[in-house]
Design a protein around this ligand. Structure first.
Ligand code: ACM
Length: 695
């Protein structure tokens, strides 16, 4: 019989004593299920968590029960979870859910059903206990139960005897109550199925706000029955009907997710002006903008007709979006059109409004009145935080944690977004370590309470329905953990280990972050078997939004199917290779640990890159990258040499290290839409080679 190896996982010191007891109990306990070791793949990490010996087998005899207080939302969620369990295990499970409590092996107990409209302050906590052959999930309401079901799905493991849940005691609740993902559907439209699958993934990692950026210079994306020229003339026919919005909102609600709409005004609003030029501060005509950036067009805040229009429009949208929060954007209006208009200048003078910023404060105050009338809290980007802004407004900070903290010191509630801009193409680790309330914060506990959480931002300039998943996932799962889990959960290697598992789970849920890039790569090569090309694409990543914009001058009509679109940000090779190099260097003077894998990598680069470079030269879309592909062989050779010279420093030729480091530094400066993700670990390896001894 296999002896069960125990690994207890615990995040809160207070429970340490209990852990020791459990370890001793484990040693005495008979083993069942042939389990080897509990492996934590939970993401986000629960607030507190212990694993005990024992397992709950998932078999056709597994029964599911709900408390009498459950509603259809929870019943549907449980049926979805059962279907997922079946997909994960191949075990046919009972869908005859017993209601009333206490009769099933897996019991879900909620004290209250869900609120009709999910609120910011709703309790999201839950407790999940697997022990003595049963599973108990308890929560104050549906929201906690939804989160607990996702944790349960992430607990599934297998052993020689089949699939099981390990015995655990989990007590969980989020650190922040606003854990969002913003999608910019304005610059490029994202069809309904994209949003629905994104909501599935958000549910899996316990995000609870989908913020839709619904209007931009490049597109107006919601059907208005009151002002139909908004979508008819401002959307290229790409917009959500009101029925579709209701579908999205209901789908989100069923998954514990609020939908916060954003109508970006008074700037970034050209698409409104195509059908309604009378809203503008300068005569039209206007057209849907194709070029990105900051445009001059802005709504005229000095005319009552503008506010009458916005009042009626937002009134209509209030009926469509039940959430208590509505976002009015407010970013990046330089006021050029305002100051160029004599009537607007006259208005400013008459009202003692000294500049464009002050005029925007006036505009915001009028908007706040309208939203308050509709029982909505107003949200806006950083720029709305100007003297005189009422304290009831929530500020979404795209300028950084300092700006957010400054807002909190002045009494404003805030949401952090600056470090969560996905189009900056940072690593998951970089995003992960950015905390809405960093260690050593000067905010008082009361001020910290004002930091509601954070939002990942997926801006739309350079994404399409084909690429959005690979930009959002899996990096957003790491940010979701930052927003849910304790501030002390910051172990980057462990995050990457769990992220790799979550990435495959998200793929199974229907996300296209793995399949999408693979399909695009096949389209680019025109071939199905692209082994050599894959070696190249596995070591490169897209450059940042800004670098791409500068090189390509991307606009709304630019095709987004190139190599840069077909490769993923933060490919695993970076952190895997970094781990290998660090293990190797720590193992001095033997340099054995991690070596075999590094050797294999370097060999595969040397062997495949001549072929991929040759084939790429023949394909016009890939030809511009052929030289970069050829360079990979040189990096492979450098790596192989470095390994050799670490063992035999006396053989290192004079000047080898300097030349190698120069080559790496030059590659870092290359002007291309894609960059190598392997240069930092390679540099670390090369730097460890002792400079040649004078010979
Ligand atoms: C923004 O990035 N302008 C909100």
């Amino acid at each position: 019989m296999v002896r069960q190896r125990m690994k207890l996982l615990l995040w809160h010191g207070a429970a340490c004593v209990a852990m020791m007891c459990a370890v001793q109990a484990a040693a005495a306990q008979a083993v069942h299920g042939g389990v080897t070791e509990f492996r934590n793949t939970l993401m986000p990490e629960p607030a507190s968590f212990t694993a005990q010996p024992g397992t709950f087998a998932l078999t056709p005899a597994t029964t599911f029960g709900l408390s009498a207080t459950s509603d259809t939302l929870l019943q549907d969620a449980l049926l979805r979870a059962i279907t997922r369990l079946e997909a994960m295990t191949g075990v046919e499970l009972s869908k005859n859910v017993v209601t009333g409590g206490g009769q099933a092996l897996v019991e879900i107990n909620v004290a209250h059903p869900a609120e009709a409209v999910q609120t910011l302050d709703e309790d999201e906590s839950y407790q999940l206990v697997v022990q003595r052959g049963s599973v108990s999930l308890t929560a104050p309401n549906d929201l906690g139960a939804l989160h607990g079901l996702q944790t349960l799905l992430q607990l599934v493991q297998y052993g020689p005897d089949g699939y099981f849940l390990p015995d655990v005691t989990i007590s969980d609740k989020p650190r922040f109550k606003w854990r969002g993902l913003m999608i910019d559907c304005g610059r490029h439209f994202e069809p309904v199925p994209v949003l629905l699958r994104t909501l599935d993934a958000m549910e899996a990692v316990k995000l609870n706000v989908l913020h839709l950026h619904l209007s931009e210079d490049q597109g107006f994306r919601v059907e208005s029955k009151r002002f139909p020229k908004l979508q008819e003339m401002g959307s290229d026919g790409l917009y959500y009907t009101q029925d579709q919005i209701r579908e999205i909102v209901a789908y989100a609600h069923a998954r514990g997710i609020r939908v916060v709409p954003e109508f970006d005004i008074p700037g970034h609003a050209t698409s409104w002006l195509v059908g309604y030029p009378e809203l503008a501060s300068a005569p039209g005509p206007y057209h849907v903008e194709r070029v990105f950036g900051i445009h001059d067009a802005a709504m005229d805040p000095t005319r009552e007709s503008t506010f009458k229009f916005l009042d009626e429009f937002l009134g209509e949208m209030t009926g469509l979006f039940p959430d208590a929060y509505m976002h009015i954007g407010g970013d990046e209006n330089k006021g050029k059109q305002w100051l160029a208009n004599p009537q607007i200048r006259e208005f400013m003078q008459a009202h003692g409004i000294k500049d464009a910023a002050a005029l925007q404060v006036y505009f915001n105050q009028r908007m706040l009145k309208i939203l308050t009338k509709y029982h909505k809290h107003m949200v806006g980007w950083d720029e709305i935080m100007t003297p005189g802004l009422p304290k009831d407004v929530v500020v979404q900070s795209w300028r950084g944690a300092e700006s957010l903290a400054k807002g909190a010191m002045e009494g404003y509630q805030g949401i952090l977004s600056a470090p969560y801009y996905l189009d900056a193409m940072h690593t998951a680790a970089w995003h992960y370590l950015a905390d809405p309330i960093p260690a050593g914060t000067e905010l008082t506990p009361e001020q910290q309470e004002l930091i509601l959480g954070g939002e990942v931002c997926m801006w739309g300039e350079q994404i399409s329905p084909k690429t959005i998943d690979s930009r959002i996932w899996p990096r957003t799962a790491a940010i979701a953990e930052r927003l849910w889990s304790a501030a002390t959960v910051r172990d980057v290697p462990d995050m990457y280990r769990r992220l790799a598992v979550e990435n495959v789970r998200l793929d199974a849920l229907g996300m296209e972050q793995i399949s999408g890039p693979e399909r695009m790569q096949r389209q680019l090569t025109g071939r199905q078997n692209t082994t050599a090309f894959k070696v190249f694409t596995s070591v490169i990543e897209p450059v940042s939004f800004g670098e791409r914009y500068n090189l390509q001058h991307t606009d709304q009509l630019t095709p987004l199917d190139g190599l840069v679109d077909a490769v993923i940000p933060d490919p695993p090779v970076r952190h895997e290779m970094a781990d290998e190099v660090q293990a190797l260097l720590k193992d001095a003077p033997h340099f054995e640990r991690g070596r075999a894998r590094l050797e294999r990598r370097f060999k595969s680069w040397e062997q495949t890159s001549p072929e991929s470079a040759l084939r790429m030269k023949e394909k016009p879309q890939l030809a511009p990258y052929a030289e970069q592909a050829a360079e990979l062989a040189e990096f492979g050779a450098l790596g192989t040499e470095a390994l050799h010279y670490l063992d035999a420093p006396n053989e290192t030729p004079n000047g080898w290290r300097t030349a190698a480091l120069q080559k790496i530094a030059a590659a870092k400066k290359e002007k291309s839409l894609v960059r190598f993700a392997i240069l930092d670990p390679l540099e670390e390896l090369v730097s460890a080679v002792p400079a040649a001894s004078a010979q």
